[in-house]
Unconditional design. Structure first.
Ligand code: MGD
Ligand code: MGD
Ligand code: SF4
Ligand code: MO
Length: 698
């Protein structure tokens, strides 16, 4: 359905975070004759309840930006020139064919993103495996909640962001918000938490900084970055030693408690206080408040997860939920607060190195056979497992990967140790980027393909609750921009794989996705566009069209074969890089309210950009003075990997041993020039959030 964009209101969904607020964009006569303005209003729906934050309200500005890419761009003698789609696609395919003939199929890698719709993410996975026949595909979600995802799979047997509905949050009597800054990152969810507090919930925030979210807290544990796993071990020990546990729940619904308890015996609480920088008295207060409350919920996000032990840190938080029996019943649960608009769906349908649609595993014979049957290929033809996002960058650097196809990410800014990544990308024989804008990564490409935005590109996205939503977007594509999935179909057809990619709508792709996910952990089979329109969203798993969907997980059993959840061994030592004489401070990083990820979109939205024009370093005034740094001074922040340059901003409420910078800028302001690429052994998440650094005034 195409709309007369200039005359009619249009319903769509915010292009940014995982809440996926529904919105209506309304045209208004502009100030100048014949000009058009648009206002964006929130639309009633179960997650955002009609609210929008400042990013959603202003998203229209980047979609309308004069910087939108309108034609394919091809590099010639180091400069971009406009090209027709024919030229651009032919050039890509002929270069790929040459590279594959010379170096094998695995010489072409694919790098996706969590902003892509389910349809595009699904098709990108199929494209890598069927059209290119490469094992190398991964996506930016590896940097996002991969630690929580792998932890959920190990502990519960399945990973879905929230185990319960958002509207149960006000029923919780104690809430732990660990490394999650909801007030800036999912602002429209804040009323659920203020309601809980108004209902008498005890609120615990665990963060090295006093964030806007921490203003909610009855108790704020100002943890040292990278030490959550140990902090939680201390809480667990107190809970177990005091007998504040749910014995019946442990007996009937879990495995591994005794082993965990035994390991806790080795923990020395005094050491925990030293390691985490949190006083034992406060740790005990938090443990008691959560364990003794009638109901309770735990939420984690990137502050806990983006570490070399992020997987175990999350598993330890899940240990807390299990030991207290606070999961699977009303007002209880766990939430990995997913990040990107389709961070959840993007991790379910095959963009990940080890994964096939429906959360199936590419190394599992039955899973391979099921998906190969839907795709109509012999299972042996599907490539095996590849490597994680950052490890792909290492292969790029080594020139094992000669060409990269990036769809929906800006990896040169968002990868750890960004200097090394940039060096690698320069060594590629051929870089292709599909984007709406000339991002930092696109600027390095040989061919850039213009794609449609949330106003133009219809498709489904799965929000942080695991609720599948249909984004209806009816505006015609600007210029010659195309949908991501259309580009994949065009390329596949030129690679002689047209029969596997003959889709004429997002809905047609979704119908194949439904079949491919059928019987998998993330089963979408019962979800149809028609249902999504009627019901405004369906929670997976939903195995057939008469199934109501699954708002609350684990009510009777967990997803492991025996129906039980599994305790993890508690962590006794942090894995993070430690401060030393040369690098005496710990750098952590994260987000600011008005910007989104590497800022490609929000820096092009004048009203958002105006709120934070440049990056800065948050530093405690006491610490700053020790290094002779005045408020507002330009500083260099250096780690073993590299340095970035920003102005500093005094922040009396940050830990004195910690500095913080945002991730929304590239170039010399890029915090990732200094971050640590050490990977978590379970999920291959880089150690983004704790790097030893030195800060000096310039
Ligand atoms: N405004 C805005 N909203 C966004 C995004 C955005 O870019 N901008 N991005 C979206 C995406 S993709 C994501 S993944 C989410 C991210 O959402 P969050 O994870 O909430 O965001 P961050 O700011 O990265 O990190 C959260 C907090 O972790 C704290 N922290 C740092 N180190 C540690 C630690 O070791 N332990 C603990 N407990 N806390 C620590 C930081 O101080 C920070 O306040 O937000 C989504 N929403
Ligand atoms: N230091 C540090 N680094 C981090 C993090 C951190 O907390 N600290 N967080 C990590 C996390 S959680 C994440 S999610 C990553 C994200 O980092 P990136 O993957 O780099 O994410 P974006 O900046 O959103 O880049 C997405 C690009 O895709 C484009 N785009 C948007 N929508 C679409 C679409 O529908 N199709 C196509 N083809 N393109 C589109 C945008 O214009 C933009 O250029 O960064 C990670 N890096
Ligand atoms: S950024 Fe997130 S909270 Fe804000 S309007 Fe968009 S989806 Fe909603
Ligand atoms: Mo993310």
């Amino acid at each position: 359905m195409k709309l007369d964009w200039k005359a009619e209101s249009m319903d769509t969904q915010c292009p940014f975070c995982s809440v996926q607020c529904k919105m209506t964009v309304k045209p208004q006569p502009g100030a100048a004759a014949g000009a058009m303005d648009y206002i964006t209003e929130g639309r009633m729906n179960a997650a955002s309840e009609g609210r929008l934050c400042v990013k959603g309200m202003n998203a229209i500005q980047h979609a309308e930006s004069p910087e939108r890419l309108l034609t394919p761009m091809v590099k010639s003698n180091g400069r971009f020139v406009r090209a027709s789609w024919e030229e651009a696609l032919d050039r890509i395919v002929s270069r790929w064919q040459a590279i594959r003939e010379e170096n094998g199929n695995d010489a072409v890698g694919v790098y996706g993103g969590g902003s892509l719709t389910n349809e595009s993410a699904y098709l990108l996975g199929k494209f890598a495996r069927i059209a290119l026949g490469t094992r190398y595909i991964d996506y930016n979600g590896r940097f996002c909640m991969s630690a929580a995802a792998s932890a959920g799979v190990k502990t519960f047997g399945v990973d879905r962001g929230l185990t319960n509905r958002l509207d149960e949050i006000p029923l919780a009597k104690c809430i732990i918000l660990a490394g999650t800054n909801i007030a800036e990152c999912q602002p429209t969810l804040m009323p659920y938490f203020t309601k809980a507090r108004d209902n008498g919930a005890f609120m615990i925030v665990i963060d090295p900084r006093e964030t806007a979210t921490a203003e909610l807290a009855d108790l704020h544990l100002k943890v040292k970055p990278g030490t959550d796993a140990v902090l939680v071990s201390a809480m667990l020990k107190m809970i177990v030693d005091e007998g504040w546990i749910d014995e019946a729940f442990i007996r009937e619904r879990t495995n591994g408690f005794e082993h965990m308890k035994e390991k806790l015996g080795e923990l020395r609480l005094d050491d925990c206080a030293k390691v985490t920088g949190v006083e034992l008295r406060d740790i005990r207060k938090a443990a008691a408040a959560y364990a003794l409350a009638e109901t309770g919920m735990i939420f984690t996000a990137r502050g806990v997860e983006q570490h070399a032990d992020g997987h175990m840190a999350v598993r330890n938080y899940l240990n807390m939920a299990l030991v207290c029996g606070k999961i699977g019943r009303e007002g209880c649960g766990y939430g990995a607060v997913t990040g990107q608009g389709n961070g959840q769906g993007g991790r379910e349908h095959g963009q990940k190195a080890d994964q096939l649609p429906g959360y199936r595993l590419i190394e599992n014979e039955r899973d391979r056979a099921a998906v190969a049957a839907v795709w109509g290929v012999p299972a042996e033809e599907l490539p095996g497992k590849g490597v994680s996002a950052y490890e792909m960058m290492e292969l790029v650097h080594k020139r094992d990967i000669r060409s990269l196809f990036v769809m929906g990410s800006n990896p040169v800014v968002s990868n750890p140790q960004a200097g090394f990544v940039e060096e690698g990308l320069k060594r590629l024989d051929f870089l292709v980027v599909a984007d709406m804008f000339m991002s930092e990564t696109a600027a390095m490409a040989d061919v850039v393909l213009p794609v449609t935005s949330y106003l133009e590109n219809e498709g489904t996205l799965t929000n942080l609750e695991g609720r599948v939503l249909l984004r209806e977007a009816g505006r015609p594509a600007p210029g010659e921009a195309r949908h991501d999935w259309q580009i994949l179909c065009e390329l596949a057809s030129r690679l002689d794989k047209a029969p596997y990619f003959s889709f004429d709508s997002a809905e047609a792709i979704f119908n194949e996705l439904r079949a491919a996910s059928r019987g998998g952990a993330a089963d979408y089979y019962g979800i149809t566009y028609e249902r999504l329109r009627r019901e405004e969203g369906v929670y997976w798993p939903c195995p057939d069209e008469n199934h109501p969907g699954t708002p609350r997980l684990f009510a009777d059993k967990f997803a492991h074969a025996d129906g039980r959840a599994v305790f993890a061994e508690p962590v006794l030592q942090p894995a993070a890089e430690q401060a030393c004489d040369d690098y005496p401070l710990i750098l952590t990083n994260g987000r600011l309210l008005p910007h989104y990820l590497t800022g490609v979109q929000t820096r092009r939205s004048p009203r958002l950009a105006a709120r934070e024009m440049v990056n800065s370093l948050e530093i405690h005034p006491g610490t700053a003075r020790r290094y002779g740094i005045e408020d507002g001074a330009l500083v260099e922040v250096r780690s073993k990997r590299g340095a970035f340059v920003v102005r500093c901003r005094y922040r009396p409420d940050i830990r004195e041993d910690t500095v913080f910078s945002a991730m929304h800028w590239g170039g010399m302001q890029n915090v990732n020039l200094a971050t640590n690429p050490k990977l978590d052994p379970f999920c291959r998440m880089p150690d983004f959030k704790a790097s030893a650094v030195a800060v000096r005034p310039l």
